[in-house]
Design a protein around this ligand. Structure first.
Ligand code: HEC
Length: 150
């Protein structure tokens, strides 16, 4: 899979999402990188936030479509996705504009500024780093700090 992914990276640069997606470290990271990219990109996975129940039914439906995961692996993947891509939490390093607006109550311009800054400077490491985004209201970040993950 890795070799295949590499080959397609060389062959189809135009089809890659704008930003490289780096999943948070965790037990299911490699599993998801390998298994969940067979039919669509990681962007399809990380652009969603759901409750644990919804993640379970989504992952089950992916297995029905053809994702090869054992029952134990399904549990691992669901646990991981429910923590890092939960309904309430916003991963500011993978979130798209709509998720930033909905989850953190940012304006469209603020969300755009976050994406632009992330593209230029790489992943955010902490709240202080995020406050450097020009035009972003730091008070909004403070208000939502428990919902932000990096
Ligand atoms: C056998 C092919 C296949 C594999 C493997 C696969 N998916 Fe999917 N997935 C699909 C298809 C088809 C769709 C719907 C169309 C699309 O978005 O490309 C989809 C859509 C999604 C969506 C969007 C919401 C939805 O339900 O339509 C999420 C989230 C998702 N997949 C997560 C995962 C995760 C997590 C994994 C790994 C456990 C995974 N997928 C593995 C085929 C697959």
């Amino acid at each position: 899979m890795r070799a295949l992914l590499f080959a397609s990276v060389l062959a189809l640069p135009a089809l890659l999402p704008a930003q490289d997606i780096v999943l948070p470290d965790g037990k299911a990271k490699t599993l998801i990188e390998n298994t969940c990219t067979e039919c669509h990109g990681l962007d399809t996975v990380v652009s969603n936030t759901m409750s644990a129940d919804k993640w379970r039914s989504t992952v089950n439906s992916m297995v029905k479509k053809g994702a090869t995961l054992s029952a134990a692996e399904i549990d691992t993947v669901v646990d991981y996705l429910s923590v890092y891509f939960s309904e309430e939490k916003v991963n500011v390093n993978t979130a798209g504009p709509q998720e930033l607006q909905d989850g953190l109550k940012l304006t469209a311009d603020e969300a755009k500024a976050v994406l632009q800054y992330r593209k230029t400077n790489g992943a955010f490491k902490d709240l202080e780093g995020m406050k450097k985004v020009p035009g972003l209201d730091a008070k909004k970040l403070d208000a939502k700090k428990d919902n932000i993950i990096f």
